[in-house]
Design a protein around this ligand. Structure first.
Ligand SMILES: Cc1cc2nc3c(=O)[nH]c(=O)nc-3n(C[C@H](O)[C@H](O)[C@H](O)COP(=O)(O)OP(=O)(O)OC[C@H]3O[C@@H](n4cnc5c(N)ncnc54)[C@H](O)[C@@H]3O)c2cc1C
Length: 428
């Protein structure tokens, strides 16, 4: 509701008071969708600003998905704005030659082109071979320039914003986006800078996964819920916006030390093993709604993990053990190979502290393996989860193909959708 109000606000404001006449329905409609499209594009900054209160009811991954779909909506409106004017009122567009066209008209055209580029480079980032960090910087720069040019276009055309207070509405609205940007780029990094963490330990877990242990340089400690995540900055300061999201893998019962278990995947995660004792880190969190703590009444939990997707689930298990929780827990953990299983021994030990069933599923089992092989199938889930456990709350974390298929299986096994939680490790 707040989003819809914010998106519609400039349009509603422009409709108040005297409205310029003579344009006709087509013209007014084209203008309205132009304003609406730009409002949606401006609000994209707000969606990704990680305001904890705003994201808490949904979870960050859902917000990022919404950000992606909102961009489609915003761009569709802006393209439709241009196409209607091009087809029905082409004289109003004037020359496309930037040497003779008024600056604000060229600004509008460039803004539209930039929005298309921002979308295309986001949708096909991997196919274009662009690294996430490079994409992220250019994504932000192009979006800011495009919105800036579009505001210039609106003010230059001035058709609906001629009345001083209507012009002021757009200036105020733009000011709001600038404030959000200032919060993301200046205020938030400053706050992180004031609360540094120190690396206590970097421990190798498997051939390609490491656990980094951090402790705050000075209080206060960061209180998180088991299963949540944080944006971690290591080896640089928060102003460079080089942070990466990782789930806490440690127990929430002792937030004096924070642990993140990180699998080597790309440029950043491959450097984890080089991080030394005493290095400074910054932690922006906690974020997310993937947590057992939001389900205090649940009679038990079903957890399905793939690979490093065990990290948030490990935090849940460790926390439940520290709290001496005796509710039934079923963990189905998929990996390629026996040696790749994270926390193998600790999971075994946790069985004696918790009411925990652990089932390993391997893609490439060692000779003599008598356990489950292949994917986490519905047949396997039915074998492990006893009838009547449909009131348990489920937590899935792993490759998207796995979480999708397990979630479908659980639905067929009568688990209601609201009891199936998943964390996606890929936001973009
Ligand atoms: C909520 C959440 C929790 C996560 N928890 C863990 C965890 O506990 N352990 C773990 O090993 N991994 C976790 N990840 C994944 C981890 O963030 C990426 O593997 C890591 O950022 C990859 O960075 P890279 O430079 O090494 O690899 P790259 O090759 O640069 O990136 C690989 C992919 O990771 C994603 N990615 C890269 N950088 C970022 C970024 N700054 N912000 C968001 N996504 C990015 C992109 O989809 C990219 O395609 C989590 C991701 C999310 C969204």
């Amino acid at each position: 509701m707040v989003y819809v109000l914010l998106a519609a606000f400039p349009l509603i404001a422009l409709l108040l008071g005297p409205i310029p006449t003579g344009g006709g329905f087509g013209w007014d409609f084209a203008m309205a969708i132009g304003f609406g499209g730009l409002a949606i594009m401006g609000l994209q900054f707000v969606l990704t600003a990680r305001f904890r209160r705003a994201t808490a009811p949904f979870g960050m991954d859902i917000i990022y998905y919404f950000h992606r779909w909102a961009a489609f909506g915003g761009l569709a409106l802006l393209v439709a704005h241009y196409v209607i004017i091009r087809v029905e009122y082409s004289a109003a567009l004037g020359s496309a030659n930037p040497l003779v066209a008024p600056g604000h008209m060229t600004a509008g055209r460039v803004a539209l082109g930039l929005f298309v580029v921002v979308m295309a480079t986001s949708l096909w980032r991997k196919q274009l071979g662009t690294s996430y960090d490079t994409w992220r910087i250019w994504h932000g720069v192009m979006a800011v320039v495009a919105v800036g040019l579009a505001v210039w276009h609106i003010q230059g055309v001035g058709h609906y914003t001629r009345a001083p207070w209507k012009g002021a509405v757009w200036i105020g609205y733009t000011g709001f986006w600038v404030l959000v940007l200032a919060y993301i780029r200046i205020l938030k990094p400053l706050r992180l800078l004031r609360n540094p963490y120190r690396v206590l330990d970097v421990r190798q877990e498997t051939a390609a996964a490491w656990t980094v242990t951090l402790t705050p340089v000075h209080p206060p400690v960061l209180a998180f819920r088991p299963g949540q995540f944080a944006w971690l900055t290591l080896g640089t300061n928060p102003f460079y916006a080089k942070e990466h999201p990782f789930s806490f893998s440690s127990s929430a019962a002792d937030p004096r030390v924070l642990r993140f278990t990180i699998k080597e995947l790309g440029d950043f995660t491959r450097t984890i093993k080089q991080v030394r004792f005493g290095a400074i880190a910054y932690v922006d969190g906690p974020h997310g709604v993937f947590t057992t703590d939001f389900h205090p009444q649940a009679p038990g939990f079903v957890m399905v993990a793939g690979g490093v997707g065990i990290a948030p689930i490990m935090s849940m298990l460790r926390t439940l053990a520290d709290r001496a929780d005796r509710r039934p827990l079923y963990l189905i953990y998929g990996n390629w190979q026996w040696d790749g299983i994270l926390f193998r021994d600790e999971l075994e030990a946790l069985k004696s502290q918790l009411n925990l069933t652990v089932v390993h599923v391997l893609q490439e089992p060692p000779p003599g393996w008598t356990g489950s092989v292949g994917f986490v199938t519905e047949k396997l889930l039915r074998q492990i989860i006893p009838p009547g456990a449909e009131d348990h709350v489920c937590f899935l974390c792993g490759p998207k193909a796995m979480t999708d298929s397990v979630s479908r299986s659980l639905r067929r096994m009568s688990f209601p959708l609201q009891r199936i939680n998943f964390e996606l490790f890929e936001m973009a």
